[in-house]
Each structure stands twice: as structure tokens, then as C-alpha cells.
Design a protein around this ligand. Structure first.
Ligand SMILES: O=P(O)(O)OC[C@H]1O[C@](O)(CO)[C@@H](O)[C@@H]1O
Length: 953
């Protein structure tokens, strides 16, 4: 072929005469659909198309041309924005492939390709890239597809494997000759492997995309900088301006020519292989001082491709010059390269930087693209999704934005989804992450639960009694309280107490002949559910004789003692939990779904809502628009950097029980190692002055409740500068979405706090103390004696030596003791009322009233908790979290006690041992704690305590 200057009517078309293919570096839906692409192809201007994340970002990020398909797809499936993007992109790529099919056919499979890039997030991941290349190849399913893979050190093996798998590959982001050599090697090896396997190598096409203008942009900038700095070699440097990129490309072409002469290639060629063409990419001129077709005119040569941005295509069509430039001036090019080296222009460094920047900028573009798709998806889904609005003081807002940007930049969320424990402490976290997948998994196996639901209905149970603690009871309790009773199903009761009065009260609600008993315990060895089971099994056996077991269902992790017991007893059903999910993350597993089924909640609708939550928290959704990550960053940053570690949960009445579940999730997950977020649930909303600077408010609002007054009270807090996150639900069922959002948010907050959000080290400590006490009881028939340090009527005060010493000076007047205790409260502290008494309407009212009194007197956050329930929830944070809690433990004589079948001890003894074990650990952790024990009538004692508190505060 000779260098032959030609002025032709359409230079783009004339390139064919020199065996160069012009491709177009652009795609968008309208351009394909309105026939523009087909016309360009038909007229011979364009013989291929390339895309990249930045191109799709421009296409999908603005306008409405993808809305119709989005709406269509979203009406039938629940997808992540990442999956949605891929559907849209694949549709475009397939349409472009169809437009290019005539070229592909005419050229017998040598030209007419369209390229789709693997996710730029995988640029440093060989396995991920190989896997994704195969997936895209299968999804697009067109012979004229090329999968784009970057020439990073990790991409290169993926290129070889993909070629060996018979996939057409467009290798992208090649900047240096060294990298190009590796790419050629990978391509040759891939073909040889495919040939050795007996594959058809003749139809495996590949191009090596060598980037051009970006090199000049970098080198020229360095030249300009040095000249400006007065470099002695300024003239020589100036002479290289705008030359290095083209010289570099010419060297690559020389290398390709050499390869074409090797016996290795000849053997492949003889077997029918196509060459891997060099493709000039980044050929739009960046420096306005140069010709706008510089990187086209100068790189024309046989068996190459030039992919042109639309403006460069138009410019070249208008005034491009078609002559074979690639093979001319090769010596000059070599000289340019030598001079660049002599002048210390560090091409190696530049190309390495360009590779990093190239990967980075595609990842940034992909983030922006997915962010736009996610935003569009949220708009289209409207009220199918819950929403989040944050009102944060400026400083906090700025810190949150920068936290989100850090997470985006580092791809931390993708590491969460990849179950990478180093997101947290690098400890055992990876073993506790199956809550990420459980909704998909349960949804795929929903038939089992639906069948169970139908059987429960058919058996006509009138009550369902669930027995469990913490993660095994709080989720079901939210379901029971939020959804109430369903037609055709029994009422769901949730028992999570050892208080004998409470157990007796539940017993009254149950008719064993018509009750379904569900015992739920992941470990199967938790004290409370075991003794509750013993009690109610005994009750059922007495009533139902050998039919009793058919009224019992167990939910437990495989291999637990409870599972063995249930098998041995012949329980009606045993449902398994996933041992890679901790209790507080288990609500969307069988631990929530079995009670949901038993109480008649429409399972598919519920799980679909949960799945929407999962999809929108997906790895493909950037932090700023990711419902879970954004919330988690707000929580983590507010607590860590601003001391706003009291997560105050306000909710509209119909969904207010959600807070009980949330308390456990947040407290048990984050409260450890002296750090953590203290959830403050159900504290009646007050005016802005009631609160210190340590609050982050969460307002959970069910829009259909129309609680205007509550909205206004929240608005007052916002106006006063308190940080408020408002989450709006459009139906009760959307608590399913919120379950997942909060799981993700808590995991994220845990990462920011630098703790393992999946263990509960300090809960174990009080279990150990309790065990010691119950064992002592079994031996001696009594709990070890203890002496109050002060007594006043029905109120006896107990404390460990250190706390007693701090309070003793107060004397024995109840108000004085309480005053001395609460005088220890400082701004930023919280007060916990920990009541080991029956939880009923009266006691709830009492504790709420009392906490508000404390809050208003001290302007601190207050928690109102019942034991032993909170031990499996907030108890972790009280002991392991920041030492800012001041606790008043309330115990009482039991008006009646109940035996625990098969044990020497009673429910009352267990509860007393739990309270003492709890107190011992609080004291041992240096917490400010006081126990008040009510002797005689609980009602009178509570009244006396309230009176003393009023006097004290
Ligand atoms: O389901 P299990 O094993 O009975 O545990 C109940 C609860 O107890 C805790 O382990 C705390 O002791 C919680 O984390 C858990 O949710």
C-alpha cells in the first residue's frame, strides 16, 4: 500500500481504501432508534460503534428517552439500579448491533462491531472481569458484540481467558507500548488456548484500543510547565509539543507489524484467526491549538480502526485528509520518543498515571450514571419506595457529604456486598453477612412458607404465641403490633419476659386447644425461651396430651439443642435460620417470616417490599442516593464527629413499635468498645429546649396517618437547628423496606465507628453472672443474700461498693438518695430506667411519665426499658458503649411466682438473678448505677418511687 494523498468527497468513506475502519465513539437510544446510526452505516461513514461508562452517563443521565423502558421494566420486576442500567444498555447495544449487522456480514465477521464495557469497578479484579465479560456476552447474545476490558495488570489475564472462551474483546485503556505488548501476548495465548480446546478461532475478533490524545494532554502540560519555569531545554521541549502521542502510537503499530511476521502468529493465521487490530482511541483533539482531526489524519494505516467522537467524525468528514500516514515518518517518531526520554519527559510515569486516571474517570462516570439511574428509578417508583429527607446543621451536613464522597471514592459499599470484613475490623464479620442475600433467598423459596401459612389457616388457630428474646422476638412483635390480626388467622402474641406476672398474663390469653406455639431461638440455648417453652409445653401437654407437639413450631439454627428437642418431641414444624445471620439481622429470614406467615401477613407482598429495600441499597447505588448508606453515614458521622450519639426515634402511632426492633439493631450492633449509638425510643416529643446537643432525631412517618401536629412539632425542632432525618412510608407494609434500610445503615455506621457490628460481647457477661446466680440457687435453694445501703418505706436501695460510696452521704431518705444519684448526670449523658417488672399498660404509663420527668429536669436523653427484654437489646450498649449512661434499676417483690417445669428455680428467681447479673456487670464496667427494690405492692411502690423522684429532681 502506498501513501497516497487523496481528496475525496467523503474522507470517512475513503478510509476504507486504506483499510482503516472509522468507528463511532458514541451511543444513545434516540440516535439508534431514529435511524441515524443505520444511515451512517449504510452510507459507509461508520463501520463500528464503541461505548463506555462516560458515554452511557451522557445518554442516560439526562432527558427522558429511557423512561418508557424503565417504566416498563420496573412494572414487572424489582431491580437494582445497576441491573436496570444494564437492561437499558443491553437494549441499546443490541439495537446498534442490528444496525451494524450488514457490515458484520459483508466483512465476514471482520468488522461491524459494537462494544460494551465491563463495569469499571472490576478493573482491578481478574475474576470479576472474566465473569462479567461472559455474562455480558451471554446477555447481549450478538456475534458482533465486543466486550471491553481494560488493560490493567488484573484485566490482562481476564482478556486472555475471555478470548479463550471465544468472546470478542475490545481491550481498552492502553497507553504504553509495554502494556500493549502484554495485551498482544494475552490475545495470542487466548487464541492458542481456544484452538487447543478445539474452539473456532476464526470468529474471535479483537481490537487493542490505544489511547492517543490523552498522552499529549499530559505531556504537553508538563512541557508547558517546564518552559514556564525557565527550563534550559525549552526549545527542544517546545518542539515536542503535540508529537509524543502520535509517535507512541506509531511505535505500537511497528510492534504489531513485527508480531504479524512471527511464526506464532502465522500458525494462528493459518488456522483461520483474525488479527487483533489496533484501534486508535481518545482521538478527539483536546488542545484547540491543534487541528481538530490531528489524531485521525496522522494515524491512517491498514488493518486499524479509529473510533471517533461525533464532533471529530463530522470534522473529518468535512476536511479530513486520507493518506497512509501511519507507516510514514516512523524514524521521526522513534526520534521523538528518544528525545522525550532524553528530556526526562517520563512517558512511563505518564502512561501509568493515565491508566489510573482512566480507570478512575470511568468509575466516576459509572457512579454518576448509576446515581442518575437510581434517582430516575426512585422517581418512577414514587410511593412504592419510602423516602428520606435529612435536615442537618451545616457542619454536620458538610461532614456527611464528605463521608459519602469518601465512601463513593473508595467503593466501600461494594466491599460490604462482597462481604469484605476489612470494612469493619477485619475480624469475623464476613461470617455474619447473609442478611444481605436472605431476602432473595427466602423469596425464591417462598412456596414453603406459603404452604405453611395455608396449613395454619386451615387448622384454624385462634392464638399464636411466639416465645423468644431480642432478635427472635422484636421483629415478630413489630409485625404483630403494626399489622394486627388478619382475617382467618389467630392473634399473634409475643412473649419475651421472665416476669411471672407477665407469663401468667400471657397464659390467660391462650387456650392451648386453639393455640399455635412458636419458640424462636437462633442459638437454641437462650435461657428465657427455653424456660418459656418448658412452661407452655407443660401447659399444652396437660391440655392436649399426646397431641401437644402438633401445636408447636420451632425456629432455630441448624444443629441447635432446640432443634434436637423439637425433633425428639415431634414438633409440627421446624424452620431453620441461617447461621450466618445474627439475631438482630434476622427479621427478613425465617425468624420474621414464619411468625408473619402464622399471623396471616400476605407474604409475597411483604417480601416484595423488603426486596425493594434491598435493591435500592444495592452495591450499584452510590452513597448519596443509597437509602441505607446515606442514613448510616449520617448516623456514624453524627455520633463520631459531633457527639450526636443519641438516636432519638419518633414515629407516628401506627408504626411506632418499629422503634423496639430498631433499638436492638442499633444498640447491640454499635455499642461496644466504649463507642456506640444509644437509641432513644418512644420518648414523647418535646419542644426544642428539651434537648441537648447530643441528639440525632429520626422521624418515622406513615404518610397516610396525616399527623400534622407531629409534623409541625418536628418542624419546630428543625427550625431550632436540631438534626432531623425524616423517613416517610406510604403504607405500613413498607416497614419491610425499612428493615433492610436500617440493617444496612447500622452496618455502615458500625464501619464508621470502627467496631464489629455483628457481635455482642457484653451481653454474654451478664448471662455469665446470671448463670452463676441460678446455679447458686440450684445448690442452696436461695439467691446469695444482699443488704441495701439505704431503705425508706417500700423502697430499698442497693448498689455495688463504688456506687454506694458515691451515694451514701445522702442518708436513707429516698429522695435524697435519688437526688445524689441523678446529680451525677452531666450534659451529654443519658438516663436509663431499667424495670424488671411486668410490662403492661399501667407500668408503661408509669415509666413513660417518669422518664419525661427526668428528661425535663436534666435535659438529657432517657431510655425506658423492661428487663429482661432489654438485656437482649439495648443492654449491650449500656454495658459496652460509651460510659455516659446513668441507670436506675427497678426490681420488685413478685406478687406471685411460677415454677419452671423441670427446674428447681422459678421464673421469679430467674428474673431476680438476671437483674442482679445485669447490675453486677454495669457496676463492674464503672457505670453510674443504682438499684431500687420495691417491697410489697408494686403499685404503691411505684407511686412512692415517683414521689421520691419528683422530690429529688
Ligand atoms: O435467638 P437467640 O439465640 O435465642 O438469641 C436471642 C437474642 O439474644 C442475644 O444473643 C443477646 O443475648 C441477641 O443478640 C439475640 O437476638
Amino acid at each position: 500500500m502506498t501513501a497516497n494523498a487523496t481528496t475525496v468527497a467523503n474522507p470517512l468513506q475513503a478510509l476504507a481504501t486504506l483499510h482503516q475502519s472509522p468507528w463511532l465513539d458514541f451511543i444513545r437510544r434516540s440516535f439508534v432508534l431514529d435511524g441515524t446510526l443505520a444511515k451512517l452505516v449504510r452510507e459507509g461513514d461508520i463501520r463500528g460503534v464503541t461505548s463506555n461508562p462516560a458515554i452511557f452517563q451522557k445518554a442516560m443521565g439526562e432527558g427522558t428517552e429511557y423512561d418508557a423502558q424503565m417504566r416498563d421494566v420496573l412494572s414487572t420486576s424489582i431491580l437494582s439500579p445497576g441491573a436496570l442500567y444494564e437492561k437499558l444498555a443491553v437494549t441499546d447495544i443490541q439495537a446498534a448491533a442490528a444496525a451494524l449487522a450488514p457490515v458484520y456480514e459483508d466483512s465476514k465477521g471482520r468488522d461491524g462491531f459494537v462494544s460494551l464495557e465491563v463495569s469499571p469497578y472490576l478493573a482491578r479484579d481478574t475474576h470479576g472481569t472474566t465473569h462479567e465479560a461472559a455474562r455480558l456476552w451471554a446477555d447481549v447474545a450478538r456475534p458482533n458484540l465486543m466486550v471491553k476490558i481494560p488493560a490493567t495488570p488484573q484485566g490482562v489475564p481476564a482478556i486472555r481467558q475471555s478470548i479463550a472462551a471465544g468472546i470478542n474483546v475490545n481491550v481498552t485503556l492502553i497507553f504504553s507500548l509495554a502494556a500493549y505488548r502484554d495485551v498482544v501476548e494475552a490475545w495470542l495465548c487466548g487464541l492458542e488456548e481456544l484452538k487447543a480446546k478445539g474452539g473456532d478461532i476464526s470468529r474471535v475478533a479483537s481490537v487493542a484500543s490505544f489511547f492517543v490524545s490523552r498522552i499529549d494532554a499530559k505531556i504537553d502540560a508538563e512541557i508547558d510547565r517546564r518552559i514556564k519555569a525557565g527550563d534550559k531545554q525549552a526549545p527542544a521541549l517546545a518542539a515536542l509539543r503535540g508529537k509524543v502521542a502520535i509517535a507512541n502510537a506509531k511505535m505500537a503499530y511497528v510492534y504489531w507489524q513485527e508480531i504479524m511476521q512471527t511464526p506464532r502468529w502465522k500458525a494462528l493465521e493459518a488456522a483461520g484467526a483474525q488479527t487483533q487490530r489496533l484501534l486508535w482511541a481518545s482521538t478527539g483533539t483536546k488542545d484547540k491549538a491543534y487541528s481538530d482531526v490531528l489524531y485521525v489524519d496522522s494515524l491512517i494505516g491498514p488493518q486499524t480502526v479509529n473510533t471517533l467522537p461525533p464532533a471529530t467524525m463530522d470534522a473529518f468528514r468535512d476536511h479530513g485528509r486520507v493518506h497512509e500516514t501511519l507507516t510514514t515518518g516512523v524514524n521521526d517518531a522513534r526520534t521523538v520518543m528518544d528525545q522525550a526520554e532524553q528530556l526526562g519527559l517520563n512517558l512511563e510515569g505518564v502512561t501509568a498515571t493515565l491508566l489510573d486516571e482512566g480507570v478512575r474517570s470511568f468509575a466516576d462516570a459509572f457512579d454518576a450514571l448509576l446515581g442518575s439511574v437510581a434517582a430516575k428509578q426512585a422517581t418512577l417508583m414514587g410511593e412504592k419506595l419510602t423516602s428520606l429527607k435529612a435536615h442537618l446543621p451545616d457542619e454536620l451536613a458538610k461532614a456527611v457529604d464528605s463521608g459519602m464522597e469518601d465512601w463513593r471514592h473508595a467503593g466501600t459499599l461494594r466491599r460490604i456486598w462482597a462481604k469484605d470484613a476489612t470494612v469493619w475490623t477485619g475480624g469475623p464479620e464476613a461470617n455474619w453477612l447473609n442478611w444481605l442475600d436472605v431476602v432473595d433467598e427466602r423469596r425464591a423459596n417462598l412456596a414453603e412458607l406459603e404452604a405453611f401459612q395455608a396449613e395454619v389457616k386451615a387448622r384454624g388457630f385462634r392464638q399464636v404465641l411466639l416465645m423468644g428474646m431480642g432478635g427472635s422476638s422484636l421483629g415478630p412483635e413489630v409485625l404483630a403490633m403494626t399489622f394486627g390480626k388478619h382475617e382467618g388467622f389467630g392473634h399473634l402474641y409475643v412473649l419475651d419476659s421472665t416476669d411471672p406476672q407477665q407469663v401468667a398474663a400471657f397464659e390467660k390469653k391462650i387456650d392451648p386447644h386453639h393455640a399455635l406455639f412458636i419458640v424462636a431461638s437462633k442459638s437454641g440455648s437462650t435461657l428465657e425461651p427455653n424456660i418459656m417453652l418448658a412452661y407452655f409445653q407443660d401447659l399444652a401437654k396437660r391440655a392436649l396430651k399426646d397431641r401437644a407437639a402438633s401445636h408447636f413450631v420451632a425456629i432455630t439454627d441448624p444443629g441447635s439443642k432446640l432443634e434436637a428437642h423439637a425433633k425428639q418431641e415431634g414438633f409440627w414444624k421446624i424452620f431453620s435460620g441461617d447461621p450466618k445471620i445474627g439475631g438482630r439481622y434476622s427479621v427478613l429470614s425465617n425468624f420474621g417470616l414464619v411468625p408473619a406467615a402464622a399471623s396471616g401477613i400476605p407474604l409475597r407482598l411483604f417480601i416484595d417490599d423488603a426486596l425493594r429495600g434491598v435493591r435500592l441499597c444495592d452495591a450499584s447505588v452510590p452513597p448519596a442516593i443509597n437509602p441505607g448508606v446515606r442514613l448510616g453515614i449520617i448516623m456514624g458521622v453524627a455520633a463520631k464527629q459531633f457527639g450526636r450519639d443519641k438516636l432519638s426515634i419518633i414515629a407516628t402511632p401506627q408504626i411506632m413499635d418499629f422503634g423496639a426492633w430498631l433499638e436492638q439493631l442499633v444498640a447491640e450492633s454499635t455499642g461496644k468498645l466504649g463507642r456506640g449509638i444509644i437509641p432513644i425510643d418512644d420518648e414523647t416529643l418535646g419542644g426544642p429546649r428539651r434537648y441537648g446537643q447530643d441528639r440525632l432525631f429520626i422521624y418515622l412517618r406513615l404518610a397516610t396517618e396525616h399527623r400534622h401536629e407531629q409534623d409541625e412539632a418536628i418542624a419546630t425542632l428543625i427550625d431550632a437547628g436540631h438534626p432531623v432525618v425524616t423517613i416517610t412510608l406510604h403504607s405500613k407494609r413498607q416497614i419491610a423496606q425499612e428493615f433492610f434500610r436500617w440493617e444496612m445503615a447500622t452496618a455502615v455506621a458500625g464501619a464508621i465507628l470502627g467496631i464489629d457490628p455483628f457481635d455482642q460481647p457484653d451481653v454474654e457477661a451478664s448471662k455469665v453472672e446470671t448463670r452463676k446466680l441460678t446455679e447458686a440457687y440450684e445448690k442452696t435453694g436461695a439467691l446469695p443474700p444482699e443488704t441495701p445501703f439505704a431503705q425508706c418505706g417500700p423502697l430499698a436501695f442497693f448498689a455495688d461498693a463504688a456506687n454506694a460510696a458515691a451515694l451514701k452521704g445522702a442518708g436513707s431518705d429516698a429522695a435524697a438518695v435519688l437526688k445524689a444519684h441523678f446529680d451525677r448526670v452531666k450534659p451529654g449523658d443519658y438516663v436509663g430506667l431499667l424495670a424488671y417488672i411486668e410490662r403492661n399498660r399501667d407500668t408503661l404509663e408509669w415509666i413513660q411519665h417518669t422518664r419525661l420527668h427526668v428528661r425535663d429536669a436534666k435535659t438529657v436523653a432517657t431510655a425506658a426499658e423492661f428487663g429482661p427484654r432489654f438485656l437482649h437489646s439495648t443492654g449491650q450498649a449500656y454495658k459496652g458503649g460509651p460510659n455516659t449512661g446513668v441507670f436506675l434499676q427497678i426490681t420488685a417483690d413478685d406478687a406471685r411466682d411460677l415454677p419452671v417445669p423441670g427446674s428447681n428455680y422459678t421464673f421469679g428467681v430467674v428474673k431476680a438473678a438476671q437483674a442482679r447479673g445485669d447490675f453486677d456487670v454495669l457496676a463492674e464496667r464503672g457505670r453510674r448505677a443504682l438499684r431500687v427494690h420495691i417491697r410489697g405492692s408494686l403499685k404503691d411502690g411505684l407511686a412512692a418511687l415517683a414521689k421520691a423522684l419528683h422530690a429529688a429532681l
